[in-house]
Design a protein around this ligand. Structure first.
Ligand SMILES: C[S@@+](CC[C@H](N)C(=O)[O-])C[C@H]1O[C@@H](n2cnc3c(N)ncnc32)[C@H](O)[C@@H]1O
Length: 345
């Protein structure tokens, strides 16, 4: 499947920027551990327009150049062909003037495909992107997101697809990494208490339940058909730490057999920046517009692709109204799993 983010991605996703910043310590650790070489290839999988990671790549390139001043550095930004890859190229090009004048490239293809040749990458990075599934595990009968659905049978189907996808992503990356290369994944996840993006354990409303209520309301009003209602599914999955680590603990998995090993992992929480600002300034209209836009940036495609743009617009108009009516009951808090891996052979 292909997903598409709405345009102006970086401007609408302050939370994603904070999630990248929260991983920068481990990104620097990864490049500190690279053996000296004439050249290093660095790649950002699922980079969107690249704007949220400009600061991270500044730091990583400076750090690696400081450690290895003779090495040529190449930075590749990866995302789907449907992404705004011109904006990605422009954001990557911001790195060109800094020593050692790196090469920058765009790889416009899915991370479910190989992106470079075997034994090429020194440092692979991906933030808030690898939760999108490669194929639909089937419809949901009663919700728009599997984790909020309470549907045990659907949860099993989605978990199976998510684990197949994750193992395949790691298999591809394990081929692309050089021996001694590092991979740092920063992924939306589900913690031990079942919290995930949009569900903070009841502190505020479950965002996925709210989207579903709006979508169900459109079906009840006859604006969308029952078939469209069932097809409006957000095709992503927030894995648990154990699920992220599973292919690296299974000595028979393809990534393990290719030499990929778990080095470290942690769960990191990032509070909603839009809500924090509302706490400070009480500007409800700005909060409702900003929070709605960030939710729309990742969920719109799921509704627009089955019911068209104008019905998707109705979803987000209603969402903004709901936020404006009860701002204290809204927050989009992130739960992210960080995992460092190394190719050892
Ligand atoms: C929420 S954005 C994250 C962007 C950036 N990494 C960040 O953290 O701000 C998710 C990105 O993943 C991309 N994406 C989703 N599936 C993909 C795939 N199969 N291959 C490459 N990119 C993908 C989307 O196009 C989108 O740009």
């Amino acid at each position: 499947m292909a997903i598409a983010m709405t345009t102006g991605y970086s401007a609408q996703t302050e939370g994603a920027l904070l999630c990248i910043e929260a991983a920068s310590d481990w990104a620097l650790t990864c490049v500190d551990q690279l053996a000296v070489s004439d050249s290093h290839v660095l790649i950002d999988y699922g980079a969107a327009d690249g704007g949220t990671a400009v600061g991270l790549w500044n730091q990583v390139l400076d750090h690696l150049h400081g450690n290895q001043p003779e090495a040529h550095l190449t930075l590749i930004g990866n995302d789907l062909p449907s992404n705004d890859n011109v904006a990605l190229a422009e954001n990557l090009a911001l790195q060109l003037p800094r020593p050692p004048k790196p090469t920058v490239l765009v790889s416009a293809r899915s991370f479910y495909e190989p992106s470079v040749g075997p034994n090429t990458v020194s440092f692979g990075f991906s933030a808030t992107a690898m939760h999108w599934l490669s194929a639909s595990p089937g419809q949901l009968e009663t919700h728009t997101h599997v984790l909020a659905s309470g549907d045990a049978e659907a949860l099993e189907r989605f978990t199976t697809q998510a684990m197949k996808d994750w193992t395949f992503i790691l298999e591809l990356r394990s081929r692309e990494l050089k021996v001694g290369g590092r991979l740092l994944t920063v992924n939306l996840s589900r913690d031990e208490e079942g919290r995930y993006l949009g569900h903070n354990g009841g502190e505020t409303r479950n965002v996925h339940d709210q989207l579903h209520q709006i979508w169900r309301g459109l079906a009840d009003a006859g604006v969308i058909s029952e078939e469209q209602y069932r097809s409006g599914t957000v095709l992503n999955f927030y894995k648990s730490p154990e699920e992220f680590m599973a292919p690296l603990k299974d000595t028979t998995s393809a990534p393990y057999r290719n030499g990929l090993r778990l080095v470290n992992e942690r769960t990191v929480y990032v509070k909603c920046p839009y809500r924090r600002r509302w706490n400070e300034n009480g500007d409800t209209a700005a909060f409702a517009a900003g929070l709605m836009a960030t939710i729309r940036s990742w969920s719109r495609h799921s509704f627009a692709s089955v019911a068209g743009d104008s019905i998707a617009d109705q979803v987000y108009k209603q969402l903004e109204q709901r936020i404006a009516e009860a701002p204290s009951e809204w927050s989009l808090d992130y739960v992210e799993h960080h995992q460092i891996m190394e190719k050892v052979a």
